[in-house]
Ligand binder design. Structure first.
Ligand code: NAD
Ligand code: LMR
Length: 329
């Protein structure tokens, strides 16, 4: 057996938490040889519900689950954490955009960034799910002076999976045969789901789906608006697919991306592709499997793609301006 890993989950009594916790406890991120301790954070009114979730986790009698911590104190929940999944925050409702949550949810990530910086494992990987996730991640990493900004990322794997699924359906293939789509920019309806380097069964997606008009419009819009479509249909925001994407994102960080493949992840920009340094933007990234990532370089945009890319990056610049007061220095 490997050393135990501590996984902190905020908003653990919420919808995503309910789908996420059993998979974490079953070893979906660190593998079947690594025991885990789940350190769950909630706000005081949700501690009762969280207690019920903890009872259920106990009743699953997971082989790998060593302990469950429940708390409303971030310093308790983040203590020694190897991985922190920052989910806890308000989801949007019908008729809202994710950016509408920025002033309500943003402040959560100042205190949590601080607490992570003080008590988490110095190599803790922090994955931000709560919306608007790129900018919440920007806030968290800027409030965590003891942690490397490269240890933070925000989740665009759900958009990535949505793109894989749409391309697979159109091509009449299985989603596992689709590789190397890229989500650029913001986890919002300006995101640019890029199909130009995608392959289906090893062939360019643009050849397998020889329908540029579909790729440029219905495909992109479906991926951009999928979260809204789910809210309209379910009355609640995506949770099972979001938890699944959070698992995939974290597993890729710790187990690595397969040879020749990349994933989409919002990470702090080093200036790649002209994204202003310090902004948290979604890029194509490769993960060697040690918790680190590198941005895939040397992809190019055509004029049409460049325009879409710039729209989403400009939105991120605007979001950063809206939370300037939450960014120290
Ligand atoms: P939910 O309302 O079901 O659960 C959120 C939980 O967070 C609640 O239990 C609440 O008590 C808790 N919470 C609120 N403030 C907190 C704080 N300061 N500390 C700890 N816990 C806190 O919502 P959900 O459906 O689980 O969604 C959670 C977040 O994830 C939302 O912001 C949603 O928009 C976002 N989301 C992101 C993606 C993505 O792809 N990045 C996908 C789906 C949902
Ligand atoms: C999603 O993409 O499903 C989530 O970000 C929830 C939302 O608000 O769309």
């Amino acid at each position: 057996m490997a050393d135990v890993k501590r996984i902190a989950i905020t908003g653990a009594a919420g919808q995503i938490g309910y789908s996420l916790l059993p998979r974490l406890a079953a070893g979906a991120v660190f593998g079947p040889e690594t025991p885990v301790i789940l350190q769950c954070l909630e706000i005081p009114p949700a501690l009762g519900a969280l207690g019920g979730v903890a009872m259920e986790l106990m009743d699953c009698a997971f082989d790998l689950l060593e302990d469950i911590v429940i708390s409303d104190d971030p310093r308790t929940a983040f203590a020694g954490a190897d991985l922190a999944l920052l989910v806890g925050s308000k989801p949007r409702g019908k008729g809202m955009e994710r950016g509408d949550l920025i002033r309500e949810n943003g402040p959560i990530f100042t205190g949590q960034g601080n607490a992570l910086s003080e008590v988490a494992h110095p190599q803790c990987r922090v994955v931000v799910v709560g919306n608007p996730c790129n900018t919440n991640c920007l806030i968290a990493l800027n409030n965590a002076p003891n942690l490397d900004p490269k240890n933070f990322s925000a989740m665009t794997r759900l958009d990535h999976n949505r793109a894989l699924a749409q391309l697979a359906e159109k091509a009449g293939r299985h989603s596992s045969e689709v590789r190397n789509v890229t989500i650029w920019g913001n986890h919002s309806n300006t995101q640019y789901p890029d199909f130009h380097y995608a392959t289906i069964d090893g062939k360019p997606a643009t050849e397998v789906i020889a329908d540029e008009a579909w790729l440029r419009d219905p495909f992109i819009k479906t991926v951009q608006e999928r979260g809204k479509a789910i809210i309209e249909a379910r009355g609640l925001s995506s949770a099972m697919s979001a938890a699944n994407a959070a698992i995939a994102h974290s597993r890729l960080l710790f187990q690595g991306t397969p040879e020749g493949e990349w994933t989409s992840m919002a990470v702090v920009s080093d200036g790649s592709y002209g994204v202003p340094e310090g902004l948290v933007s979604s890029f194509p990234v490769r993960c060697p499997g040690d918790g680190s990532w590198e941005i895939v370089q040397d992809l190019s945009f055509n004029e049409w793609g460049k325009e879409r890319f710039e729209i989403t990056v400009n939105e991120l610049i605007g979001e950063r301006d809206m939370v300037k007061d939450l960014l120290p220095g």
